[in-house]
Design a binder for this molecule. Sequence first.
Ligand SMILES: Nc1ncnc2c1ncn2[C@@H]1O[C@H](COP(=O)(O)OP(=O)(O)OP(=O)(O)O)[C@@H](O)[C@H]1O
Length: 311
Amino acid sequence: MESIISVHNLTKSYKNVEAVKGINFEVEEGEIFGFLGPNGAGKSTTINMICTMLKPTSGNIVINGYDVSKDKDAVRGSIGIIFQENTLDEKLTAHENLMLHCRFYNVPKDKREERIQEVLEIVDLVEEKSQRVETFSGGMKRRLEIARGLLHYPKVLFLDEPTVGLDPQTRAHLWEYILRLKEKEGITMFLTTHYLDEAEISDRVAIMDQGDIIAIDSPTALKDQLGGDIIELSTEDNEQALKEIHEKVKEAEVTVDEDTIHLKVASSDAFISSFIKTLNIPITRLNIRKPTLNDVFLAFTGRKIGETVKE
Ligand SMILES: Nc1ncnc2c1ncn2[C@@H]1O[C@H](COP(=O)(O)OP(=O)(O)OP(=O)(O)O)[C@@H](O)[C@H]1O
């Protein structure tokens, strides 16, 4: 597959901070690319540089064949951005909001109605087009923002925390729309989210930490890289149990999270029966699972993404 975004040796320094330290990555045409990292990792700085909103200190970025430092207008015409905050005009109708954007992006006059109809169909808002945005639910507003982001036929859609503040059902629906867009329109998605279960939708995920990209691969490959099984347990006396585990169990990586002890082992089949016999404290809860993206994130960054959320 062709790269739609190429980033080479990209750096950005603010006065005292080296926010981005010479990163390299490619985003392939048509993929969903998840961009994750703790607060302060340098994600926004990177995205702002890619979207022409911030000048890099050094390095280069090519989007859709255009150099971001030389062809800003062509780059802007190639991308759509869905911000975290609602940037719709609430007093206007859905249609009026879209018309404003058409003018802003110089969509030819004779094409405007056709395009508006097209994007409204994609996000299922045709019947609501004459309603004022202030009457819309959070999910409808987000869908309208996506429609607006699509009006000028971008090759890449940047989605910054697209489901933040939405209820689980609306979040699930929104993902259906996003997936449909990818399938039908072949649009490349550059996604940030702190819901790691949602990041599973990505074809590939990049994890950024302290200005560097520290991992980049498909969610499955990243999880496989971690390998093994994770055993979660609670006991009648976790403190005592931990003491025993540290004394007697050598083949597990042990972490504690509130009232749960986590053991990471190569294979739970080989481990579990002897472990249960080893422990003298009664176990009150036991769960065995495969690593998730949350575990990947924790292993690479040393932090849980929940701890890094910017609300
Ligand atoms: N305008 C600025 N001036 C000085 N330092 C900045 C500026 N913007 C960002 N930084 C610093 O650069 C680093 C990277 O910040 P950035 O906002 O890119 O991280 P992030 O991964 O997007 O974090 P978040 O998830 O909180 O948005 C941080 O140390 C931040 O304090």
